[in-house]
Design a protein around this ligand. Structure first.
Ligand SMILES: [Fe+2]
Length: 480
């Protein structure tokens, strides 16, 4: 049942053989360039059918992680106009072929399983006369469709690492002149084996590239998750930026008018920009959590407004003690006056306390009069520390924080936040980017620049930035 005769090859006309070899060469080049796995699998089977003049064929793959099954990936029969799997969208419902029986023995009765288990090409001249293999599935298919499966050429697909990753099965070799079905020749076998080997290498390489890309993107997401988890206030930022960046970039790509009408992206450009957008804030891994996550002006590791509250409470009790002491031995009228003064003092304390609490919540901008009032309140109340020292209500640092003009960050904290872009650039420029991703540091590193040169850290102007960096910068504006 196995064809080994080199003589057959010699008998074929040399001219025809050269043509078929040239075709095989072209197929090899085409396979190495195909990036989509489904299209690649389909191309492998179609090429094998063409080069061996087969009417039908099946491509099986061993799924990753399972060494004991063969899945139907692509099924085609030209004369039945049958095309399943791959890019056709037609699902294959055939059960996978098991390489082992439930008892654990090798399932050598199925020809595709045999080819894998024995690492051997199997040529069958007529399935209906073949004794050694179980062709009941084929016969059932024939009965359903009226087809007559006759000759089979079953070739294991072994990659450069010596792993059999699938099986190429060709069905019904057609005579090139008469179209009559006959057995596959030894030349067909050699060509199919050569093609299967090239296809296995192309497929393995493509899968490796895909796995590495998946791993790389998962790693990028891991960094973003770590950054986004630092703060509930900016959480999700690292995921929103790529989405908005790509929407803007697609809009520019489609624009028909204006200065960017001629600007377009290839799929490679899109991937490079998306990676840059995903990594734009990677430097934030070094930004302290209490700055990234600073929700109020006085918040440090904890919100110091609670300390201010406690001091107000001390001031209030001091006032109460003073008033109670003053009441001792005074007339009724004087006592009423002391009580009124005390109540007024408490009202003042409460109002100032509420005011400071309101100031603590960062807003768009803070009025000059409000900033002056914070200073005045600090001087208005004196309180005694645990060491018996009299002190203003607020420390200089608390005043600086409570009088932040806009938002919740002081100038020093803003510098810490802004530092993330310098870290981002440093980190990204240190990575050994492959050629198709070499612009990632420039795209990502420009996201806080501005068209007018007033951005940071480099103060670039629009002419000094790529369109992609400008898209990212316009998306992010002045936000972190
Ligand atoms: Fe940023």
């Amino acid at each position: 049942m196995e064809s080994t005769a080199t003589q057959d090859v010699m008998q074929e006309s040399t001219g025809d053989l050269i043509l078929r070899l040239a075709e095989l060469n072209d197929i090899g080049i085409a396979l190495s360039q195909e990036k989509n796995i489904d299209r690649l699998l389909e191309a492998i089977l179609i090429a094998a059918m063409r080069i061996t003049h087969a009417d039908g064929g099946t491509l099986y793959r061993r799924p990753a992680g399972s060494k004991d099954t063969l899945n139907f990936e692509i099924v085609r029969t030209d004369s039945l106009k049958l095309a399943l799997g791959g890019t056709t969208g037609a699902k294959i419902t055939f059960e996978p072929i098991q390489l082992r029986t439930p008892e654990g023995r090798e399932n050598t009765s199925m020809v595709a399983a045999y080819a894998v288990l024995k690492d051997r090409t199997v040529a069958v001249a007529d399935a209906y006369r073949e004794e050694g293999f179980d062709f009941s599935g084929t016969k059932a298919f024939d009965q359903r469709t009226g087809y007559r499966s006759q000759s089979f050429l079953t070739v294991p697909m072994k990659n450069h690492e010596g792993d059999i990753i699938g099986v190429l099965q060709l069905i019904n070799a057609k005579d090139r002149v008469t179209g009559r079905i006959g057995p596959f020749s030894a030349t067909d076998q050699r060509l199919a084996e050569s093609l299967a080997s090239q296809a296995a290498v192309a497929l393995t390489n493509r899968l490796l590239i895909q796995q590495l890309e998946n791993l790389f993107e998962s790693f990028v997401k891991l960094i973003n998750q770590a950054i986004d988890d630092k703060s509930a206030y900016t959480g999700g930022h690292c995921y929103r930026v790529p989405v908005l960046t790509m929407l803007l970039a697609e809009a520019v790509d489609q624009s028909q008018a204006g200065p960017l009408a001629g600007w377009h992206m290839t799929d490679k450009d899109r991937y490079e920009l998306r990676i840059a957008a995903l990594l734009h804030d990677c430097g934030k891994v070094t930004t302290p959590v209490h700055v990234v996550d600073k929700a109020t002006k006085l918040q440090t590791i904890h919100d110091r407004i609670e300390l201010v509250d406690a001091r107000f409470e001390i001031v209030k009790r001091d006032a109460e003690i003073r008033s109670l002491r003053a009441r001792a031995g005074v007339s009724e009228d004087e006592a009423v006056k002391i009580d009124e003064d005390f109540l007024q003092r408490v009202r003042d304390i409460e109002a100032d306390r509420r005011f400071l609490r309101a100031c603590n919540v960062g807003g768009e901008t803070m009025k000059t009069t409000d900033r002056e009032r914070v200073q005045a309140i600090s001087k208005k109340y004196r309180w005694k520390t645990a060491h018996g020292e009299e002190s203003d209500l607020l420390t200089a640092d608390e005043i600086e924080n409570l009088t932040i003009y806009s938002g919740t960050l002081t100038a020093a904290e803003r510098r810490v936040i802004n530092h993330h872009i310098e870290v981002t650039i440093k980190m990204l420029e240190a990575l050994p980017w492959p050629r198709h991703l070499q612009h990632v540091p420039e795209f990502a590193g420009g996201h806080h620049e501005r068209m007018d040169g007033k951005g940071y850290p480099r103060g670039l102007t629009r002419d000094q930035m790529s369109v992609q960096a400008r898209i990212m910068a316009s998306r992010i504006s002045s936000r972190p």
